[in-house]
Ligand binder design. Structure first.
Ligand code: 6PG
Length: 253
């Protein structure tokens, strides 16, 4: 029997309402996590789309328990932190440097000699932090994901071997047509997360959003993000939802 789709697609007519919703969800998820486990663990993506969200999150009007928040990266480009393409660099600029979060609560992907070494060290850091036994996956409370126009998410790209990883927590990624090598969390780690939120904005994402949400045979990386026991949200602006069928675009906020 086909498993029922467990995902919530929300289309926002006004961008401010989308950010307000996302900040409210962050608050609820972090509040629940801290109440139940004492800490809140979140993995953040890079790229252009989330920059404004991170800036709004850092607004002093929003008081979050940063001392109990642990920030990880969903993926990283293999470049030094001070280069413009560094995901950590972007997240630091938009969020971290404004919020007074303790340095030990930031778990970035360090750049060592090769992406393989960086991926291995990042995996070790996650295993130590979550006190994981062999063959166990961590359960982040939240991951914020984006989608590339060809269907990649985090740094899991169509056709790349990192997508096939079933045991490791992280993978090194080498692609001929991408500017940088990368390090990424693997699909099983993403799929074990308690709350998965895709944030997808702009008309250039309308085609891929239709493919991911409406082609049930799609094997693209973003289509393979699933949740068994958690929640999976797609937060879209009007432009990204333009090509969705009426059934999906009816799910408006
Ligand atoms: C990265 C990201 C990546 C991103 C998508 C969408 O390092 O590039 O983590 O997975 O989410 O590429 O990127 P944009 O938001 O820039 O379109």
């Amino acid at each position: 029997m086909k498993r029922p789709e467990k995902r919530e697609v929300l289309i926002f007519q006004k961008i401010d309402e989308l950010y307000d919703f996302l900040i409210k969800r962050w608050k609820e998820i972090s509040g629940k996590a801290i109440k139940e486990r004492g800490i809140f663990t979140v993995a953040l993506s890079g790229g252009e789309t989330p920059v404004e969200f991170y800036q709004r999150l850092s607004d002093s009007k929003n008081s979050f328990p940063w001392g109990r928040t642990h920030i990880f990266l969903a993926d990283e480009r293999f470049v030094p932190f001070d280069e413009p393409d560094s995901n950590y660099g972007m997240i630091k600029e938009a969020l971290l440097r404004h919020i007074g979060i303790p340095a030990e609560n930031i778990h970035s992907v360090h750049i060592y000699k090769t992406p393989e070494i960086s991926a291995k060290r990042y995996e070790e850091e996650i295993k130590t932090f979550f006190r994981l036994k062999e063959d166990k996956f961590p359960q982040f409370d939240l991951i914020i994901l984006g989608i590339g126009e060809e269907g990649h998410t985090a740094s899991l790209f169509p056709g790349d071997s990192a997508l096939l990883e079933t045991h490791r927590l992280t993978a090194a990624v080498h692609l001929d047509n991408e500017r940088h090598e990368r390090v990424t969390l693997t699909l099983p780690v993403i799929n074990h997360t308690r709350n998965i939120i895709f944030l997808v904005l702009g008309e250039n994402k309308a085609e891929i959003i239709r493919e991911v949400l409406e082609n049930h045979q799609s094997n693209l990386p973003a289509s393979r993000v699933r949740t068994e026991n958690g929640r999976l949200f797609f937060l879209l602006d009007k432009a990204a939802s333009l090509l969705l069928s009426e059934k999906n675009s009816a799910l408006k906020k």
